[in-house]
Design a protein. Structure first.
Length: 386
């Protein structure tokens, strides 16, 4: 297949694929001419100049507004089946095609399209580039400019190859949320991933706030599965599938990132508030008594080993309740003084005193995992205690 002109959208034999693909893996797929459809998602309000802006070789451009059938925020509503099917036909993404998604903003808009595809039964055939274009460029991977591959004519496609069914359990409406305020649903949990400053103003009753930015590394990629699981559990998010987690963000975009992260750690029982908080707030204006309450800031209540007792790398224990600082938690992963210095020289030292306790603990845990892996990799007597 000629990547300069070809369309990487051939059908791959039925097989499970991972939810994320790393940059080096995608580079190998391209080099080996694997069969898949590579799509760069252009977010709402974004523009792309093909003569100037770089893209990954062979990538098509998908305007998020086209698949959503809307061009402006403040809400992002999931598309109807006809809109979704027409989009898939234009890109040649049949029910069996492997689709690889990325965007220029890390993973936000690619995650949204991944979520939409999962709504219509494509969760096992769609992957997101971990870290997106930002990480791809930072690593010096190959790029190209010029016009992207041409799209297909939907009218010329075989409709039998594009059969999709919406899973209604993955979509919650504002009315569903309102109903939950009056009728207890013990196995449903609402996760609000808006910024803390927005959450403290108004929130859905009994919801949990976990700012979305905490699940990403500095390079824009999602943190490791070990870190992600510890972060969600640190905020009391139920990561078992006997609970349904309904995720809320301002517009719905960031909620899709959180659901992708939950799916990476094996949490598949998730739904999204369609249209996000903005749609819910608008809907509430039609009601006499909005069911809103001052938020309850959830702090972790962990139990586990004491400082210096952790020896195994790759196993994250429960967060010790006695830890009061990011540094202490980080240092516990590698009690040798040489390792501890790597914690004290980090942004742990710069953590503001006003940072909520849950975020301090998660910062320390995330950094501690990295320090522990560093110690294990060193394999010298200097780090033998790690």
């Amino acid at each position: 297949m000629d990547l300069r002109f070809g369309v990487m959208a051939l059908t791959l034999a039925a097989a499970q694929v991972s939810l994320l693909i790393e940059t080096h893996e995608l580079s190998t797929w391209i080099r080996e001419n694997r069969s898949f459809c590579l799509v760069e998602v252009i977010g709402l309000g974004e523009t792309f100049d093909p003569s100037l802006d770089k893209r990954i070789p062979g990538a098509k451009h998908l305007q998020l507004k086209d698949v959503l059938n809307q061009s402006v925020l403040p809400t992002v509503k999931s598309p109807k089946i006809d809109t979704f099917k027409a989009t898939m036909k234009r890109y040649g993404i049949t029910k069996d095609t492997i689709a690889v998604l990325y965007d220029s903003k890390g993973m936000r808009f690619a995650s949204m399209v991944w979520w939409i595809m999962s709504l219509y039964g494509r969760a096992d055939r769609t992957v997101v580039l971990n870290g997106g274009m930002l990480k791809w460029l930072r690593e010096g991977q190959s790029t190209q400019t010029g016009l992207p591959p041409a799209l297909l004519d939907p009218a010329q496609q075989n409709d039998l190859l594009y059969q999709y069914v919406l899973d209604p359990k993955k979509l919650w409406t504002s009315a569903d949320i309102d109903s939950m305020q009056t009728v207890s649903q013990p196995f449903v949990q609402v996760l609000d991933v808006r910024a803390r400053s927005d959450y403290v103003q108004l929130s859905i009753k009994a919801s949990i706030n976990m700012p979305i930015d905490i699940i990403n590394r500095a390079d824009g990629a999602l943190r490791s599965t070990i870190e992600l699981k510890a972060i969600f559990e640190g905020y009391h998010v139920k990561v078992t599938n006997d609970y349904l987690t309904v995720v809320v963000s301002a517009t719905g975009v960031d909620a899709s990132v959180a659901i992708l992260a939950l799916s990476v750690i094996g949490k598949g029982n998730c739904a999204i508030l369609d249209g996000g908080w903005n749609d819910y707030a608008t809907w509430l204006k039609t009601k006499d008594s909005p069911p809103l309450t001052p938020p309850v800031i959830v702090q972790p209540v962990p139990a586990g080993p004491q400082p210096g007792s952790i020896k195994a790398v790759g196993v994250v224990p429960s967060l010790p309740v006695s830890f009061q600082s990011c540094w202490e938690l980080c240092a516990s992963f590698c009690p040798d003084p040489a390792c501890e210095s790597r914690c004290s020289q980090s942004f742990c030292q710069e953590a503001p005193a006003s940072l909520p306790g849950a975020e301090v603990l998660v910062l320390g845990l995330s950094l501690g995992v990295g320090v522990g892996l560093y110690c294990a990799a060193s394999r010298s007597s200097k780090y033998s205690r790690c």
